[in-house]
Write a protein that binds this ligand. Sequence first.
Ligand SMILES: Nc1ncnc2c1ncn2[C@@H]1O[C@H](COP(=O)(O)OP(=O)(O)OP(=O)(O)O)[C@@H](O)[C@H]1O
Ligand SMILES: O=P(O)(O)OC[C@H]1O[C@](O)(CO)[C@@H](O)[C@@H]1O
Ligand SMILES: [Mg+2]
Length: 323
Amino acid sequence: MSQVKKIAVLTSGGDSQGMNAAVRAVVRSAIYFGIEVFGIQRGYQGLLNRDIFPMDLRSVGDIIQRGGTILQSARCLEFVKPEGQQKGAEILREFGIDGLVVIGGDGSYKGAQKLSHLGIKTMGLPGTIDNDVSFTDYTIGFDTAVGVVVDAVNKLRDTMSSHERSSIVEVMGRHCGDIALHAGLASGAETILVPEVPYDLNEVADRMRDNFLKGKRHSIVIVAEGVGKGEDIAQALKERHSSLDARVTVLGHIQRGGSPTPFDRNLASRLGDFAVRKLIEGESGKACGIIKGELTLTDIDQVVNTKKDFDMEMYNLALRLSQ
Ligand SMILES: Nc1ncnc2c1ncn2[C@@H]1O[C@H](COP(=O)(O)OP(=O)(O)OP(=O)(O)O)[C@@H](O)[C@H]1O
Ligand SMILES: O=P(O)(O)OC[C@H]1O[C@](O)(CO)[C@@H](O)[C@@H]1O
Ligand SMILES: [Mg+2]
């Protein structure tokens, strides 16, 4: 018989497509295994505000296909402080909650780590478009966000080719170039600028000019926001070669919206159920992930202390194929 009788779930940090599918999976699996489930509104802020309510099977109906998060999300500064974390742990105890599932990114994981050190059984689920969480190949929302970027680049290509222009596309990913990399390879971008790889703007400008001379009719540059502003890059390129007619598109929060892809829905469903089953088995202070298709469990301490590797092979491939 499981020691876990009541669990809670929250979504934290920037929302991501598939968070709803993850919440649904947590709620429905918990109920299936005879566990009471509570939702916490607005992440750690809602926890501190005691915004905690029971969830049932119907409360997660009709959400698997919806972007955003029905639990809403927040960035809560109070929770970064030890007093906030202490208060959060006390509130969870007051509600009789024996396990907490935190769906969020690397920052949210740090909050879960702190709660776990305070004796709360926690499970992290990687929910962020950034794909910057270690010990998982993919985070929930990343695939959908990459799809949004690729769709936008497809459209930009049409008009850029007609006018023989360059398109500078600024994409999200605070400190991580994964959205830029995966969208860049999938959309055939000639240049991918990411925080993980140093670059020389003179070389980038020369390469773009040469590509036009070789007969290319457009040039796509994907810039991860961690590198700098697309507008500044465009200006710098034009200063090097005035022939480069570079136009900037900042995709912004559109990347965080829309219906999750089947990949994100399935990832979220598998991970949500896995988190519940692992809590029942007595696991705590862990992060759930997927590595080479297999669901994995890693100490959350290790996850928050490890920076995710950047895939240089994929980066070089993208450059090779876009000659
Ligand atoms: N060091 C920390 N200790 C405790 N809590 C933290 C810490 N860092 C972040 N958090 C909590 O997690 C929340 C979300 O973190 P953050 O804003 O970094 O987003 P995230 O979870 O990384 O998601 P994303 O990067 O996708 O927006 C913070 O607002 C804060 O409440
Ligand atoms: O929505 P906000 O708070 O402006 O945060 C934007 C940041 O959140 C992310 O979208 C991740 O959730 C980052 O890629 C981006 O830098
Ligand atoms: Mg983050």
